[in-house]
Design a protein around this ligand. Structure first.
Ligand SMILES: Cc1cc2nc3c(=O)[nH]c(=O)nc-3n(C[C@H](O)[C@H](O)[C@H](O)COP(=O)(O)OP(=O)(O)OC[C@H]3O[C@@H](n4cnc5c(N)ncnc54)[C@H](O)[C@@H]3O)c2cc1C
Length: 434
């Protein structure tokens, strides 16, 4: 693990609305102590790792999940909750996989949202899923981009559920002067991510997976029968699935770890606004996200708060300064709630690849990894877990499709990747303001 990143991540959930509003089990899962055997050892109990666990149990494989902290500690318990079809950069997917490949990848991404909805129902996970998602444009030059994306999604990638909203249309949906156009997707939506993640952990335990908390993996000894080691124990297994995301650090071989960088993103939650006031902000309470490089994303929670997320300038900023920066962005969108108190502010690291395409592959034929969901992990992690479990069972079509995506490394070691990317993003931010 990258210790300083881990410590920063710990500090960023001290005032999380999700931690305050989800019920964790009374006691954590035990720490791994001694030597155990399993068919599959999963590293990380976020959406990706728990999906692998559920899918492997469904195929009759015994599963042990090791988490350095506890389920939902990572991005899965902190994110914007936006549960989306598609990818962060759909054009990259088509450029690299060709039209047929892009259609197949898009179909899998739609399956990702279906899978979230199915799991909520099958395992009775109470996580406030709300259907409906709006992609919006704030700048005239971004309106044609949004339209082209919608046209490509329906004409090229086979997703015809989208509808176009012009300026008048978007203003009937979002009570803000900021937006010039939008695309509405009735199938994507949003949820309470920590409740969903804890529900998946509970389901995995019920399905017979063994979960261990506070058990950071320090080494994977590769071979015909890999050994996954922590400071206090080890798991001997047939397959390893590494799902430790941005904080997994040097457990993965350096060239694989260097394909993602951790980008901090922050969210604030207002005090409850009351049902009527909250409804007046976003008709139908769909999730909203703009199409800028530094995007804002927001939604209304089940208890009528605005949850507003985005980038803030993090260098040296204190938690309250970060909260103020995000609040300022929120009030820029909704000046009518400038009197609303901010009750919670938290953040985490988004696992970003250089080309924003997800990165999953095999380090060895029995050692898989998944990372780089680039802000689309809520739905894509679930299907990634299924695709990896299928590959373990010898069904490799979907896995091979994603494994074809080519990824470049970020320069610098683990400590430099985040800052280097932040500088690169600053350049884009400046260009965007021109
Ligand atoms: C603030 C924020 C907002 C976001 N908003 C959205 C959004 O609205 N929609 C969307 O689709 N995506 C969003 N994302 C991205 C999304 O949350 C992630 O892509 C997704 O949760 C990744 O899931 P994961 O299981 O791969 O990783 P994580 O949830 O990060 O889980 C990794 C787990 O591995 C454990 N771990 C790490 N190293 C080790 C080790 N060495 N040994 C054992 N365990 C280890 C950690 O403790 C952690 O529990 C957002 C991310 C952030 C941070």
């Amino acid at each position: 693990m990258t210790e300083s990143l881990d410590r920063r991540a710990d500090a960023l959930i001290l005032n999380s609305y999700y931690e305050a509003s989800a019920a964790r089990p009374h006691a954590d899962d035990p720490m791994l102590d001694g030597s155990l055997e399993a068919d599959v050892c999963v590293i990380g109990a976020g959406f990706a790792g728990l999906s692998v666990a559920l899918e492997c149990r469904a195929r009759g494989l015994s599963v042990i999940v090791l988490d350095a902290h506890r389920p939902g500690w990572g991005a899965s318990g902190r994110n914007g909750g936006q549960t989306l079809v598609g990818f962060a950069k759909d054009e990259v997917i088509e450029r690299q996989l060709g039209l047929e490949g892009a259609r197949a990848a898009w179909a899998l991404s739609v399956d990702g949202v279906k899978l979230v909805r199915e799991r909520i129902e099958r395992y009775a996970i109470d996580c406030d899923f709300t259907a409906g998602y709006l992609s919006v444009a704030t700048k005239p030059k971004r309106v044609p981009d949004l339209r082209a994306w919608m046209d490509d999604a329906s004409a090229r990638w086979g997703y015809s559920a989208l509808s176009w909203l012009d300026t008048d249309g978007i203003r009937t949906r979002v009570a803000s002067e900021r937006y010039l156009a939008g695309v509405y997707d009735p199938f994507s939506g949003h949820l309470h991510p920590l409740k969903y993640c804890l529900g998946l952990a509970d389901a995995a335990r019920r399905e017979g997976a063994l979960l261990f908390a506070h058990s950071p993996v320090i080494e994977v000894v590769r071979g015909a029968r890999p050994v996954v080691r922590t400071a206090t124990g080890e798991v001997r297994c047939r397959f390893v699935a590494a799902c430790g995301n941005a904080t997994i650090g040097n457990v993965l071989p350096a060239p694989v770890a260097a394909r993602i960088a951790p980008i901090a993103s922050y969210i604030v939650a207002t005090e409850p606004l009351g049902e009527a006031r909250a409804n007046a902000l976003i008709a139908g309470r769909c999730a909203v996200c703009d199409n800028n490089f530094f995007l804002d994303y927001f939604r209304i929670s089940a208890d009528h708060r605005v949850l507003f997320g985005g980038r803030a300038s993090s260098t040296g900023a204190s938690p309250s300064e970060l909260a103020q920066q995000i609040r300022k962005r929120m009030v820029g969108v909704f000046p009518q709630i400038s009197d609303a108190r901010i009750e919670f502010a938290w953040g985490g690291f988004v696992d970003v690849t250089r080309n924003r395409a997800p990165d999953f592959g095999a380090i060895d034929p029995n050692y898989y990894y998944m990372q780089g969901f680039s802000g689309h992990g809520v739905a894509l992690t679930g299907i990634a877990g299924r695709v990896v479990a299928q590959a373990m069972a010898g069904e490799t079509d979907a896995f091979d499709l994603f494994a074809k995506l080519r990824h470049a490394r970020f320069p610098g070691g683990p400590a430099l990747r985040g800052p280097a990317l932040e500088l690169g993003m600053l350049y884009h931010r400046i260009r965007e303001l021109l």
